[in-house]
Design a protein around this ligand. Structure first.
Ligand code: F6P
Length: 541
């Protein structure tokens, strides 16, 4: 039997009813009524503890959300993903990033091919390459070892590598310098390379399709940069590629022997643990990269086998649906209280928004409910001195994930206790706020009382792990990947395509010659675009 549209599923209707009884209830009251709430609404997996008690939910909410998951056939769809069924319907592809982290010796056969064996062949080649770079055995054209690695890629071929490099910097080889060039703005390339010695620099050109305009433009500039300094013959020792497209890699001039492959069943935004993670492996070494994969896999196994009521990704995904579809939340904040995770929100933005920014269902019908919210964030405590004001006292409801750690990787005096006290304090302040009576009791002048009232009742999840390790990072990313999957399944959308980004690319390609031509071009766009192009041509001189 086909799954009914979201609004017609009985659990959805029940949730809508239930919402009317919850919307006026305050977290103060929910906590006062049940002193065990803070322990009960929690779950743990793969080294990550989730406290979801400060959400605007009761037992009944969770029961109904889990019922909605059941009626949306979440477990069946999850199993279909793990089995390699083509659940990416608009591209007729399997979605198998979970195979990227299955341990050596296990197997997953899809269309007669053991994809796990293929994954490990590539991982072994990557490990061999990473060891050669790290040991200095790989020599550049002039005989010098490589000391600088520049990853050229964009979107999923950049955000994962940058995020992982920054997140795990503590574990990286500090004799090596890593740079990331993504933007077609030449400033990115020029600033990333200005102080590098060509003979010691290796470019990793990362592109699933090897056809992305930004990446090919940057890769061409990198090739010119090497050739200008070292000559034509140097390309072989200073370029490797990561791609699914061997022909295009060869056409560009990189020997396919220096290419690390992956497969069309790995979405760009789900690829940081494929060969796209080559720079990560060079930075960390293959053993620590293996720990990262083990963390991913532990969370995959949890998602695949844990009961829904204890299943972290399911719970987090369902809570997002609860706020988006019933409270009208339009954005979710993710605030890591760890400086190393400064690029984590940017990474999550592609993962979440490119996945669930869709307005048609799997069978092509327009949805009549909101889908993917905006995800955003900054590391704590910086955000507290900037935009948290709006989360505390603004008019929009913004559920927030606060991510904290038991230990600092750089302990210094009492910094870490101060940092972590802020995780707990923010969750408290957002949940419980400050009442009018409390404000008055502080002797606040009457006119100022309304300004100082904190309504509270702002939901948070608190995620806590012992410390930021490769394993924990893998588990954290997989947690969000599967939370996104859970949301997409409830909304009945294809979380694995990204057709929306294509039109802009095509239009830009058509405009490029109109900006570069020597003679004034005939312009046939709308009047705004035509005027802007003329003005740009005048400005550029
Ligand atoms: O423009 C979006 C996108 O297709 C992303 O999905 C992808 O991660 C990125 O471009 C880069 O694509 P590629 O790895 O093929 O260069």
């Amino acid at each position: 039997m086909p799954i009914p549209p979201l609004r017609e599923r009985p659990a959805y209707e029940a949730l809508a009813q239930h919402y009317s009884t919850i919307q006026d209830r305050h977290l103060r009251e929910l906590f006062a009524q049940d002193v065990t709430r803070g322990e009960r609404f929690s779950a743990e997996a793969a080294g990550i503890y989730l406290d979801y008690s400060k959400n605007r939910i009761t037992e009944e909410t969770v029961t109904l959300l889990l019922q909605l998951a059941k009626e949306s056939e979440l477990e069946r769809r999850r199993d279909a993903m793990f089995a390699g069924e083509p659940i990416n319907v608009s591209e007729n592809r399997a979605v198998l990033h979970v195979a990227l982290r299955m341990p050596k010796g296990t197997s997953l056969v899809v269309d007669g091919v053991d994809v796990v064996a293929e994954v490990h062949q590539v991982l072994d080649r990557m490990a061999d390459f990473a060891t050669k770079i790290r040991s200095g055995a790989w020599k550049g054209h002039t005989g010098k070892p490589i000391r600088n690695i520049v990853n050229i890629g964009i979107g999923g071929s950049d955000l994962g590598p940058v995020m992982a490099y920054e997140a795990l910097r503590h574990y990286t080889d500090r004799n090596l310098t890593f740079r990331f060039v993504s933007n077609v703005d030449s400033t990115n390339f020029v600033e990333a390379t200005r102080d590098l010695v060509a003979g010691e620099t290796l470019f990793i050109v990362s592109s699933k399709t090897f056809s992305t305009l930004e990446t090919l433009t940057n890769a061409t500039s990198a090739r010119n940069w090497i050739i200008d300094r070292l000559g034509n013959q140097a390309v072989a020792k200073h370029f490797v590629a990561v791609s699914t497209n061997t022909d295009r890699v060869a056409e560009f001039g990189i020997d396919p022997a220096n290419m690390f492959g992956f497969w069309d069943w790995v979405g760009g935004r789900y690829s940081m643990d494929s060969a796209i993670g080559l720079s990560t492996m060079v930075a960390l070494g293959s053993e620590r990269f293996g720990e990262l994969l083990a963390g991913f896999h532990a969370m995959d196994e949890h998602f695949r086998t844990a009961a829904p009521e204890q299943n972290l990704p399911m719970l987090m995904g369902l809570l997002t649906v609860w706020y988006v579809n019933f409270f009208g939340a339009q954005s979710i904040g993710v605030m890591p209280y760890d400086q190393y995770l400064k690029r984590f929100p940017a990474y999550l933005q592609q993962l979440t928004m490119e996945s669930n920014g869709k307005h048609v269902t799997l069978d092509g019908a327009n949805v009549n409910y909101p889908t993917g919210p905006v995800f955003w964030g900054e590391p704590g405590t910086n955000g507290q001195h900037s935009f948290y004001q709006l989360i505390h006292q603004g008019t929009a409801l913004i559920p927030v994930d606060l991510i904290g750690f038991g230990k600092s990787l750089n302990p210094l005096r009492d910094h870490h206790d101060i940092l972590t006290s802020n995780v707990f304090a923010q969750a408290q302040a957002l949940a419980f706020g400050k009442t009018e009576e409390e404000v008055r009791a502080e002797g606040t002048p009457e006119a100022v009382v309304p300004h100082r009232i904190m309504e509270g009742n702002r939901p948070t999840n608190v995620l806590l792990a012992e410390k930021l390790t490769p394993y924990v990072l893998g588990a954290l990313v997989a947690l969000y990947e599967h939370s996104v999957f859970t949301q997409g399944t409830i909304w009945g959308i294809d979380s694995f395509d990204q057709w929306g980004v294509e039109l802009g690319k095509q239009l830009a390609l058509a405009i490029v010659p109109e900006l570069t031509s020597a003679a004034d071009p005939e312009l046939g766009h709308d009047s705004s675009t035509n005027t802007l192009i003329r003005r740009y041509r005048a400005l550029k001189g």
